[in-house]
Design a protein around this ligand. Structure first.
Ligand SMILES: Cc1ncc(COP(=O)(O)O)c(C=O)c1O
Length: 397
């Protein structure tokens, strides 16, 4: 008998549909609009900064809080964006991707039996992170827009009802993956009010804060009254600078919450790749004055328009994206009764990979019929998908 048995905390995780669709996409040579990563290069000045740092022998362990120059660049970026002055020594922590920040912060702030409020659909790591800490996720539904120009929304009563005496943490993600929703000021004000009333801490995952579309504006909930002292704001160099493989993420917040995160981080990865931190500092410093963010947004706006047209022309109506690099397409008219069945068929028969949003819900049975397409791709990739989608013959038609 095998002695290799998974512990209970991971035994039900299994393989994700992401892994299944990605493997199918590779095996079948499909155009991959599934997993969320750019298929174009990050900026050359950022890549050069990494090779320069390696050549300069910045190759040993970094300080566990992150190298000082990067923490200073993070603080300078936060203040240049009008979010306030912060102390790079005590109020910023660097870790290996936003994922490690989330995992570490949840380990650091949640006791077994504590509840964490999570909006559903949710970035798929949130619920496993909560359960691995012994916490209980309390899900609050985001509902699809009710009109072509509308936004995803939640019911304030359902949110209120999710707060209990055991609630310790709320996980927010804006701009939101997979819906593309950007939470509005009134929505954030209500979330803030409830967190203050119930003395709840908040993790605000803002990894797509620079990828805004359709005139949307992003607001960090930490800047609302009463929220700085209870919020860690999380971001990722990988998303903002199109280098997702670097896995450099960071948290900004009050010293007490950073101390808790650092206490966990020192026993998870301890430190994050030194040369990539040096390059991340160059990236943030450069982007303060070289127009990078505007260019990023205008390039994403073009890719968004292109993919939206492609999907609409293929007979897949799209929902509006306000931020992030994903489009949700309505598959209700395709004849499939599950998003997973549609996405398996699409990758196998049409040669285009998309992700079924049921991967972002606790109970796939109650999921709206949608498919998530990623537009962080070169125009030629999107056009190649367009050619295949234009020839799509639905099985029932
Ligand atoms: C909402 C959200 N948070 C966090 C991450 C992970 O970021 P990182 O690659 O920096 O760990 C992702 C990546 O897809 C994401 O979509």
């Amino acid at each position: 008998m095998s002695t290799l048995r998974a512990a209970e905390r991971v035994s039900r995780f299994g393989t994700t549909i992401f892994a299944e669709i990605s493997a199918l996409a590779v095996r079948l040579g499909a155009v991959n609009l599934g997993q969320g990563f750019p298929d174009f290069a990050g900026p050359s000045w950022v890549k050069e900064a990494a090779t320069t740092a390696i050549a300069a022998d910045m190759n040993q362990y970094a300080p566990y809080q992150g190298i000082p120059r990067l923490r200073e660049a993070i603080a300078a970026t936060w203040s240049a964006q009008g979010r306030g002055e912060i102390d790079p020594q005590r109020e910023v922590t660097v870790a290996s991707g936003a994922t490690e920040v989330l995992f570490g912060a949840i380990q650091a702030l949640l006791n077994p039996g504590d509840e964490a409020i999570v909006f559903e659909p949710f970035y798929d790591a949130y619920v496993p992170h909560v359960t691995m800490a012994g916490g209980l996720p309390r899900l609050v539904r985001l509902y699809p827009p009710q009109s072509a120009t509308g936004s995803w929304w939640f019911d304030p009563q359902e949110l209120r009802a999710a707060f209990t005496p055991r609630t310790r943490l709320l996980l927010l993600n804006t701009p939101h993956n997979p819906t593309g929703k950007v939470f509005t000021r009134p929505e954030l004000a209500l979330i803030a009010q409830l967190c203050c009333e119930h003395d709840v801490l908040l993790l605000s995952d803002e990894v797509y804060d620079q990828i805004l579309l359709d005139g949307a504006t992003h607001l960090s909930i930490a800047t609302l009254p009463g929220m700085w002292e209870r919020t860690l704001t999380i971001n990722s160099i990988g998303k903002t600078f199109s280098v997702t493989g670097w896995k450099v993420g960071y948290a900004i917040g009050p010293a007490e919450l950073n101390d808790a995160l650092r206490a966990a981080h020192q026993w998870i990865t301890f430190a994050t790749a030194t040369p990539l931190q040096a390059a991340a500092a160059v990236a943030l410093e450069g982007a303060l004055s070289n127009g990078y963010y505007q260019q990023l947004r205008s390039e994403y706006a073009e890719r968004y328009t292109l993919l939206r047209e492609i999907l609409e022309q293929a007979g897949l109506p799209t929902l509006r994206t306000e931020g992030s690099y994903f489009i949700m397409a309505d598959i209700a008219q395709t004849g499939f009764d599950s998003d997973a069945a549609f996405c398996r068929w699409l990758v196998s028969e049409v040669g285009v990979a998309a992700i079924p949003p049921s991967a972002f819900y606790a109970d796939p049975a109650t999921v709206p019929l949608l498919a998530r397409f990623c537009f962080a791709k070169r125009p030629e990739t999107l056009r190649a998908a367009g050619t295949r989608l234009a020839a799509m013959q639905l099985p029932q038609s």
